[in-house]
Ligand binder design. Structure first.
Ligand code: GDP
Ligand code: MG
Length: 315
C-alpha cells in the first residue's frame, strides 16, 4: 500500500490577536529537500474547500493512481480491489476538525511527463474554516497561498457553483495577485470540482457537462450585474486555464459510520467519473509542471516560495 502520510506544513496561528501563518520548515524540508527529488521540476495539485466535502477522500484516489503500475493506470485496475479500504490522507474526520492550513503528502511521487522529463508530483490538502464571516479573510489567505503554490488548484464545491463561491474565489485571487510579482497570469489551472451533481440530464457528469455549466456561470455577455461581471472578468484574467468537472454522488454507503472507502461501496457512476477525472490530471500527457513567470519550479525553488509567501502574508 501507499507509504507516507499527510503532514501539515502551514498552520494558521495567532499572534497578538492577528492571524499568522506558521511554516513548519522541518516538515517541509523532509518532503521537498530529499535526495531523490533534488532539482526535479514539481507538479503541485491542491484540493481546497470547506470541511467534510470529500477532499481527502478524493486525494486518496489520486494517490492510488500515482502509485499504480503504468499497466493498471491504463487498464483502469488502478482503482483497486473491491474491498480495499481507502488509505492515505486522513478522511471522514467525524465532527472533530483538522487544523486549518496546508498538508502535503509526505512522499513526492516521481514520474515522467510525455516528453520523458522526470517530475515530482506533490499532493496538497488545503483546509479552510468557513464557519463564520470573520474567518473569510483568513480563508482567503490560506486559499490564495495554496493557489500560488500549486500548478492545479481544485476548488471542491458541493452541489453547484454559487455566486458566493465565485466571490470568495475572487477574494482569494486578489490576495494572491497582491503577493506575487508575476508578469502575465498569476495562476495556472483552476478546476471546479462539483460534488454530488444532481442534474445530469441538464449537464452530463464529467468535463462535458462541466464546461457547459462553467460557460453559463462565467458568461460575460448577458445582463449580469457589474459587480459579478467584475468577479468573472478578474478570474478569467488571472488563471491560465479554468475547467469544471461534475462528479456524481458516490452513493449512500459513504454516510455509513463504518464505511472504509472500499470501491464496492461506490456507485458505478462515481467509479467511472474517477476513471475519467484522475487520469485527466495525472496521465503523463496531462501533467502540469509548476511555472512561475514562465520558468519551471524545482523542489528547492518551491521550498523557497513557501518561505517567501509566508513572509509576505504575515507582513
Ligand atoms: P474533507 O473534510 O473535505 O477532507 O472530507 P473527507 O474526505 O474527510 O470526507 C468527508 C465525508 O464525506 C466522508 O464521510 C466521505 O465518505 C464523504 N464523501 C466523500 N466523497 C463524497 C462525495 O463526493 N459526496 C458525498 N456526499 N460525500 C462524500
Ligand atoms: Mg480532509
Amino acid at each position: 500500500m501507499e507509504r507516507g502520510e499527510g503532514i501539515q506544513v502551514v498552520k494558521l496561528g495567532e499572534r497578538e490577536g492577528a492571524a499568522r501563518y506558521e511554516l513548519d520548515e522541518g516538515a517541509l524540508r523532509r518532503v521537498l529537500l530529499r535526495e531523490d527529488v533534488r532539482g526535479l521540476p514539481v507538479v503541485v495539485v491542491s484540493v481546497a474547500g470547506a470541511y467534510r466535502g470529500g477532499k481527502s477522500f478524493i486525494l486518496n484516489f489520486f494517490l492510488r493512481y500515482l502509485n499504480a503500475s503504468r499497466k493498471s493506470q491504463l487498464d483502469g485496475t488502478w482503482l483497486g480491489e473491491e474491498d480495499e479500504p481507502l488509505k492515505g490522507f486522513h478522511w471522514r474526520g467525524g465532527c472533530e476538525r483538522e487544523t486549518t492550513g496546508i498538508h502535503l503528502w509526505s512522499e513526492p511521487i516521481i514520474t515522467t511527463t510525455e516528453n520523458g522529463k522526470k517530475v515530482a508530483v506533490l499532493l496538497m490538502d488545503t483546509q479552510g474554516t468557513f464557519d463564520s464571516e470573520t474567518t473569510i479573510g483568513q480563508n482567503s489567505t490560506i486559499f490564495a497561498f495554496s493557489t500560488l503554490i500549486s500548478s492545479v488548484q481544485i476548488y471542491n464545491l458541493y452541489g453547484n457553483i454559487k455566486e458566493d463561491d465565485l466571490q470568495h474565489l475572487q477574494l482569494f485571487a486578489e490576495y494572491g495577485s497582491l503577493a506575487s510579482e508575476t508578469q502575465g497570469k498569476t495562476f495556472q489551472t483552476l478546476l471546479f470540482l462539483i460534488r454530488d451533481w444532481t442534474y445530469p440530464f441538464e449537464h452530463p457528469y464529467g468535463f462535458t457537462g462541466g464546461s457547459a455549466l462553467l460557460c453559463k456561470k462565467l458568461q460575460l455577455n448577458r445582463n449580469v450585474n457589474p459587480e459579478l461581471r467584475h468577479v468573472r472578468e478578474h478570474l478569467t484574467s488571472c488563471f491560465e486555464d479554468i475547467k469544471c468537472f461534475l462528479m456524481p454522488h458516490p452513493g449512500l454507503t459513504v454516510e455509513h459510520p463504518n464505511f472504509d472507502g472500499r470501491i464496492s461501496g461506490l456507485t458505478e457512476n462515481f467509479r467511472s467519473a474517477l476513471l475519467n477525472l484522475v487520469p485527466s490530471l495525472f496521465d503523463p500527457k496531462h501533467l502540469t509542471p509548476k511555472k512561475i513567470n514562465g520558468v519551471l519550479v524545482s523542489t528547492q525553488d518551491l521550498f523557497e516560495y513557501f518561505q517567501k509567501y509566508v513572509n509576505i502574508f504575515n507582513s
